[in-house]
Unconditional design. Structure first.
Lengths: 572, 163
């Protein structure tokens, strides 16, 4: 057997795990590891400019591919800088392994230079964390970390590696475990057959059914099964912000997404339904509005891999714990073989009602002859990229506009921080995707507030030639904060106004990129085309959009699903 | 309603902090907590008592089960069970009090485990309300110091929580 140092074992383990890219930043406690990295070329390392961005890069990669991302940082500030990124991945159940250097085990607890209790600091925002106590454990720990991160309900796993565990002078026998078994960790591999049967009977008897799908469908790679089942049943489907793309948005059975800024028809259909089939969704507060008023006439079937997501905020009538793909497959088989068929008359009249709701609002917004509306920018981007781009976003109004007006027909293409709502996510996430999808269009739709939270990564983009397109919907304000202040604080714009914005064009140029400013409506299409035509350049497109626009529909706070503002003046 | 949740946990550093962290992080209540290794030294047995509406208790058991180091758990209060708590209590014991305390200790089936000219240290085991009853019977003015272990519990009959 081969004898390797801890650091070499770590890198070899990554190779044997099939890891192609890691994102990170070196520092004292990680230097043995960085040296091992230098002496090979299988695992490629991307040097970011801030550790948070490394985590978002790994996250973007994971969301686009379904594979776990990998991060390498040093101890202390290197490790704590990853926390926002880890929390972002945790809230959206993204598989990821974060390798953190630590001070030597002999120094732990002595407040050594760059010492932070990363096990303690990360604990509330990880699926699990592991600490290396002997170098020989490294291959097994790495295997376990990827196994835990990517099975069951996925999530980030932190591995804390004291410096002496990677010392070059001590060598140990290396073998990468083929399998890993944990007696205390056994994610469900299929749903309960009796519950599935019961659910299918209820679905076939429903008169006003809605399918409500979440990010779990994408994480569980179950879009195909879901689409087939929904088409077979002929029922309406809505999805969450995280579930965007799990069912083609251009399909007529799709009602758009639901919740706080969901479509009128999706929220109305949910509220008036008699049966909700929730698939890989978690009844989050941005979906349900006031839980006590949630969908009063609906019985609920809830499929989720995580039992703790079921009946957490809304009670399920039929809980089904299991992987969504396996459960949907069984459901589809039962639907096909069942003698019962959906009640055609009831379903037709349900569709008639839904089509009326659709016609009532239809995601309209007011256009202007001279001011550029953020919605029209997104619609134009959708058209110019044939609806086929990877779109990352940051957090705020631009995020909602992007999600509302870019119609995604495929899963894994809409990449945003839905759960934690992390500003600064969009650019590094786009970089992580572009790196492994060089031939695909990758757009980062952002705002002038969010983009400045990880703007330093323009430098990384220059180093690795990552030609993402940054679409900055610049309204010169923290738009969503301002919208809430307009609606709830009598337009007292407390600190939502960006008084000294940089010249983004010069900034982009300073980092070696192309900057394009668009402030005239007639320039929008030609200049966007010009930006998209520069395939091998990062283009920062700074678009001056309407400063007073609000995102609608917007659910009325503490109301039920159907209570919405449809514009600044219309409330239903 | 008060619940007693009994957990088999991997006996590893950091496992306990994950359990305790979960309770504070999700705003659950811990009334008592006991933990010690079992006959299988790779496992710890942890008993936590908590209160909350059924929905919260269900979440507590589900969230605990999600922790990678939790091997198995049971809500003992769902079935017949035995619960015990150990108390060590130091009492002022001078003059006529000494005989009176001795009698009370006997009634509660406790033991005096340490004696000085002015202090008795008493050991008492039983359900928590029995321990409360003893403290009440002695009266607050006679109590110098109280140490309680928190509740340990086990199911009655043949039900066993093991691997």
């Amino acid at each position: 057997m081969e004898l390797l140092s801890g650091a070499d074992m770590l890198i070899r383990s990554l190779q044997d795990q099939g890891i192609e890219y890691i994102y990170g930043y070196p520092g004292g406690a990680a230097l043995h590891i960085y040296d091992a990295l230098f002496r090979q070329d299988e695992v490629k390392h991307i040097l970011v400019r801030h550790e948070q961005a490394a985590v978002h890069m790994a996250d973007g990669y994971a969301r686009a591919t379904g594979m776990p991302g990998t991060v390498l940082v040093t101890s202390g500030p290197g490790a704590t800088n990853t926390i926002t990124g880890i929390a972002t991945a945790f809230m959206d159940s993204i598989p990821m392994v974060v390798l953190c250097g630590q001070v030597a085990s002999t120094l732990i607890g002595e407040d050594a230079f760059q010492e932070t209790d990363m096990m303690g600091v990360s604990r509330p925002v990880v699926k699990h964390n592991l600490s290396v106590r002997h170098p020989s454990e490294i291959p097994e720990i790495i295997r376990k970390a990827y196994y835990i991160a990517s099975t069951g309900r996925p999530g980030p796993v932190v591995v804390d590696i004291p410096k002496d565990m990677t010392a070059p002078n001590e060598r140990f026998e290396y073998a990468y475990p083929k399998k890993v078994k944990l007696r205390s960790y056994n994610p469900a591999i299929r749903g309960h057959a009796g519950q599935i049967k019961k659910a299918v009977d209820m679905m076939l008897a429903a008169r006003r059914p809605v399918i409500y799908a979440g990010g779990g469908v994408i994480l569980g790679k179950a879009s195909g099964q879901l689409t087939e089942l929904v088409r077979k049943l002929g029922y309406p489907i809505t999805n969450t912000l995280m579930g965007i793309g799990c069912y083609p948005a251009s399909d007529k059975q799709h009602l758009g997404w639901l919740g706080m800024h969901g479509t009128y028809e999706a929220n109305m259909a949910m509220h008036h339904s008699d049966l909700i089939l929730a698939v890989g969704a978690r009844f989050d507060d941005r979906v349900t509005n006031a839980t006590e008023k949630f969908c009063p006439g609906a019985r609920i079937i809830h499929i989720d891999i995580d039992p703790a997501s079921i009946s957490k905020t809304i009670d399920a009538d039929v809980p089904i714990v299991g992987p969504v793909d396996a459960v949907l497959k069984e459901m589809l088989a039962l639907v096909k073989e069942s003698k019962e068929k959906p009640d055609a008359e009831a379903i037709a009249s349900w569709w008639k009602q839904i089509d009326e709701w659709r016609a009532f609002h239809g995601m309209r917004y007011e256009t202007s002859p001279d001011v550029i509306k953020p919605q029209e920018v997104v619609e134009m981007l959708h058209r110019l990229t044939n609806g086929d781009a990877f779109v990352t976003s940051d957090v705020g109004q631009h995020q909602m506009f992007a999600a509302q007006y870019y119609k995604f027909d495929k899963p894994n293409r809409w990449i945003n921080s839905g759960g934690l709502g992390t500003m600064g996510f969009g650019l590094p996430a786009a970089m992580g995707i572009k790196l492994t999808h060089p031939d695909d269009e990758v757009l980062c739709i952002t705002g002038e507030g969010s983009i400045q939270m990880n703007i330093q990564e323009l430098s990384t983009c220059n180093q690795y030639k990552l030609p993402v397109k940054i679409i900055n919907l610049n309204n010169q304000a923290l738009g969503m904060v301002k919208q809430w202040q307009d609606m709830n604080y009598e337009s007292r714009h407390s600190h939502s106004y960006m008084e000294s914005l940089p010249d983004f064009i010069k900034l982009a140029e300073a980092y070696g990129h192309v900057g394009i400013r668009i402030d005239k409506k007639e320039d929008l299409e030609p200049k966007l085309k010009e930006a998209l035509a520069m395939k091998d350049r990062l283009v920062f497109v700074d678009i001056q959009v309407d400063r007073f626009e609000h995102v609608y529909p917007m659910q009325v706070a503490r109301g039920c699903m159907k209570d919405m503002w449809l514009s600044k003046t219309e409330r239903v | 309603m008060r619940r007693i949740i009994s957990v088999l946990l991997e006996n590893e550093p950091g496992a306990l902090s994950r359990v305790v962290g979960l309770f504070s992080q999700r705003n659950y209540n811990i009334e008592t907590l006991t933990v010690a290794p079992t006959e299988d030294e790779t496992l710890s047995r942890l008993t936590v008592t908590t209160t909350g509406p059924d929905r919260v208790i269900e979440q507590i058991t589900k969230q605990l089960n999600k922790l990678v180091e939790v091997v198995k758990l049971v809500d003992l209060t769902e079935g017949p069970h035995i619960e015990r708590e150990l108390m060590l209590i130091k009492l002022k014991a001078t003059g006529s009090q000494r005989a009176e305390i001795k009698r009370t200790v006997d009634i509660f089936r406790g033991q005096i485990v340490d004696v000085t000219s002015s202090v008795y240290t008493v050991q008492l085991a039983g359900p928590s309300d029995k321990l409360d009853g003893f403290v009440q019977a002695i009266g607050a003015s006679g109590v110098l110091e109280v140490v309680r272990s928190g509740i340990s519990g086990i199911a009655r009959g043949e039900k066993v929580l093991s691997l």
